[in-house]
Design a protein around this ligand. Structure first.
Ligand SMILES: Nc1ncnc2c1ncn2[C@@H]1O[C@H](COP(=O)(O)OP(=O)(O)OP(=O)(O)O)[C@@H](O)[C@H]1O
Ligand SMILES: [Mg+2]
Length: 144
């Protein structure tokens, strides 16, 4: 028999393109879960920033997707996956200031091209996989 020292805490949220009404809901709930687990303020802040930017990218660029988080063994793992359209040039997309957001999105205050660079900065581990026509998956790890 194996003995588990800690039960993983996990949850997931559905995300939909253009759903600005619920923008920030997933990352806010995740922050509250982490606070409830007495995670250090700095880790909560970094997780909140990374999750929020990833959540917004699905709502702005990604058709529909899911944010899943799991806390166990001193780390928080967040996976954000969407159903397209994928990213053509990942090196370009990772550059500060690069954005393909349309004018109406910029008018709402998004599209500065800072989301992906900020996710990377705030993560301890960060991986992005994308296939044009299929979708994008981000894996974010934050040590807590
Ligand atoms: N999930 C995604 N699906 C498809 N394309 C994406 C996705 N996430 C990012 N991109 C592409 O990468 C670009 C850069 O993303 P990034 O988050 O850095 O900036 P942004 O979303 O355009 O602006 P900001 O995040 O500052 O509001 C986007 O403009 C878009 O072209
Ligand atoms: Mg963005």
């Amino acid at each position: 028999m194996t003995t588990k020292t800690s039960k993983p805490i996990e949850g997931s949220f559905q995300l939909f393109e253009g759903d600005f009404t619920n923008a920030g809901k997933a990352s806010t709930e995740l922050r509250n879960v982490l606070k409830g687990l007495a995670v250090a303020d700095d880790a909560v802040r970094r997780a909140g920033v990374a999750a929020f930017e990833a959540e917004m990218n699905v709502i702005i660029h990604g058709v529909a997707g899911t944010l899943h988080y799991a806390v166990s063994d001193g780390e928080l793992n967040i996976t954000i996956t969407d159903m397209g359209p994928g990213i053509k040039d990942i090196n370009l997309a990772m550059q500060e200031g690069y954005s393909t957001a349309p004018a109406w999105v910029r008018e709402l205050g998004w599209g500065a091209g800072m989301g992906l660079p900020n996710i990377q900065k705030n993560s301890d581990k960060f991986k992005i996989d994308t296939v044009v026509g299929e979708g994008t998956t981000l894996q974010i790890t934050i040590f807590i």
